[in-house]
Design a binder for this molecule. Structure first.
Ligand SMILES: C[S@@+](CC[C@H](N)C(=O)[O-])C[C@H]1O[C@@H](n2cnc3c(N)ncnc32)[C@H](O)[C@@H]1O
Length: 226
């Protein structure tokens, strides 16, 4: 298989060039922009909501009427659409303008609001403003040194009584940081614990194998703010 045919290889090459230039987030825009011109494929773009988000929705049956939701690193919008359809007034953001343009194109009649924003510098009005915050695969797409700051920012957007749902690929706690050749840099159990604060509690943690590759485990973690 040539590099042009393997989206993982293409995205890793784009990521490596960006990371080598000390620009850990610049590659997302390059990848989405190349994909919108047909020159690359976004490997995580499923064309549907993440199955573990759908599973959580089926189990928790959340009613979003009169509530707000924030979708972190929303990409092209498939998770945001599911959440908006539950009745949440949904804000979905991504650092990549091309991802947000593609989200608008994919979902022209969307009830969600799609915006370009940086998790490391979010709008002040988002602080503790959301009843539901959904984070899928954004933290693990960032180098390990940036993950604590990203995790802190995600938790800061959860409002009183609000829920945070985190979906991530799992990494064994005994696998040293230096041995992870990201992206992605999957999350340890300790990283999952670091989303908690004195008033933001981990209330459910499930690990399940990927149906595509059973050697890969995924976390589904739910947190609740007092
Ligand atoms: C691996 S992708 C996952 C996308 C989507 N959540 C999903 O599961 O399909 C990570 C996403 O996070 C976005 N992202 C990375 N760093 C970000 C930041 N600092 N602020 C906002 N979005 C960011 C990327 O552009 C990309 O869309």
């Amino acid at each position: 298989m040539t590099e042009a045919e393997d989206p993982d290889v293409v995205s890793r090459r784009i990521a490596k060039e960006s990371l080598d230039q000390d620009d850990p987030t610049g590659w997302f825009e390059q990848l989405y922009s190349a994909a919108s011109e047909g020159a690359a494929v976004v490997p995580w773009d499923r064309g549907t909501a993440h199955p573990l988000l759908s599973e959580w929705v089926d189990e928790a049956q959340p009613d979003g009427s009169g509530k707000t939701a924030l979708i972190v690193g929303a990409g092209t919008g498939w998770d945001a659409e599911l959440v908006a359809d539950l009745g949440y007034q949904t804000t979905a953001f991504d650092i990549s303008a091309s991802a947000i343009e593609t989200a608008h194109r994919n979902h022209p009649d969307s009830k969600a609001q799609y915006v370009v924003a940086d998790l490391f510098n979010p709008p002040a009005e988002w602080h503790r403003a959301f009843d539901l915050v959904v984070e899928i695969y954004t933290v693990q797409a960032l180098p390990i040194s940036l993950q604590p700051a990203a995790i802190k920012q995600i938790t800061e957007q959860v409002g009183p009584g609000g829920t945070l749902l985190v979906i991530a690929v799992a990494r064994p706690d005994d696998e040293p940081d230096e041995e992870v050749e990201g992206p992605p840099w999957p999350l340890t159990r300790a990283a999952l614990d670091s989303f908690t604060t004195p008033d933001l509690h981990l209330i459910q943690l499930i690990q399940s194998p990927s149906p595509v590759d059973p050697t890969i485990n995924r976390w589904r973690a739910e947190y609740l703010r007092d």
